[in-house]
Design a protein around this ligand. Structure first.
Ligand SMILES: C[S@@+](CC[C@H](N)C(=O)[O-])C[C@H]1O[C@@H](n2cnc3c(N)ncnc32)[C@H](O)[C@@H]1O
Length: 281
């Protein structure tokens, strides 16, 4: 039986099974965030025994095309006084078992801490691991919105660099007249009081959505219009709604029928923007 890709659909089911029906090397980009076992209680019955993260990662890798990018957004949680180490376990599995290229380890910084503790520093970040399959990413559109300060611009003209024999030489570089440079790899987002950063109000009914702008920034950077974007843990549908907004095709899978209904409603209310507006969010 020929495997077909169900584009522009939100599918209710266990991704470990649903992804098996997808053809290999058919998806351009994956932007996802797996459940962080102890941190949230979802509406459905959830326990580690029925959750096959490794199977889902293997299937996600299989359906990704060569040069395709997988963005994994994952934070850590503290259980019985110790962090679980889940982000580093996931990163090691994808790099060492699936042999994907770790293109960049990025940070999603939040403007406020989710939980406060009296004996450790305020926890305000999650990892955003950028992996590419079989070589470097096929598509990269870097966002250039890091302001270049005037004093930096002046010093760009001359530069000293040390040679292998220890001597210093002065080199002259062309003056940079740009006002903005490539963004740094810590992306900061304002998350509201209940951790939600979306213009769609019902997103608050999901306990662990990531910001609209986070999904938009990665979709813009690692894919082109018309590409297929997958989220195997689609939750409130952030990745899928933002893929539609930016003229990409989407596929979302979540085990909860309630979250799939929320995602579909959100997608129905999402309007596609013009290509010129892709970088504005
Ligand atoms: C961290 S949330 C994702 C949130 C999403 N990024 C958003 O912005 O709304 C993880 C999601 O994985 C779903 N999930 C858990 N196990 C699953 C499985 N085996 N297959 C598909 N989805 C699953 C949960 O229902 C939850 O909605």
């Amino acid at each position: 039986m020929r495997k077909e890709l169900p584009v522009n659909q939100i599918i209710t089911g266990d991704s470990a099974r649903v992804l098996q029906l997808f053809p290999s090397r058919s998806v351009h980009l994956i932007v996802t965030s797996p459940p962080y076992n102890a941190a949230r209680s979802y509406t459905h019955e959830f326990n580690a025994n029925v959750f096959h993260l490794e199977k889902i990662l293997i299937e996600s890798w299989r359906v990704l095309m060569d040069g395709g990018v997988m963005v994994i957004v994952v934070g850590d949680t503290t259980v019985a006084g110790s962090e679980t180490g889940l982000p580093s376990q996931i990163e090691t599995f994808i790099r060492c078992v699936l042999h994907m290229n770790l293109h960049d380890s990025m940070i999603f910084e939040k403007n406020s801490a989710a939980h406060r503790s009296s004996n450790r520093y305020q926890q305000v970040f999650e990892f955003m691991y950028i992996f590419s399959k079989n070589g470097k990413p096929r598509t990269v559109h870097l966002i250039k919105d890091h302001p270049i300060k005037n004093e930096n611009k002046k010093s760009w003209g001359k530069r000293t660099s040390r040679q292998t024999d220890g001597t210093l030489i002065e080199t002259v570089r062309k003056t940079n007249n740009n006002t903005h440079d490539i963004r740094r790899n810590i992306f900061k987002y304002n998350v509201g009081g209940c951790g939600v950063a979306s213009s769609f109000k019902n997103v608050k009914n999901h306990p662990a959505s990531f910001p609209d702008a986070l999904a938009e920034n990665h979709i813009y950077t690692w894919s082109n219009r018309g590409d297929i974007v997958l989220d195997p843990f689609s939750g409130s549908g952030t990745t899928c709604a933002m893929a539609k907004k930016h003229g990409r095709k989407y596929i979302g899978i979540d085990i909860s029928a309630e979250y799939c209904e929320l995602s579909q409603d959100r997608i129905n209310h999402t309007v596609q923007i013009e290509p010129d507006d892709d970088q504005k969010n």
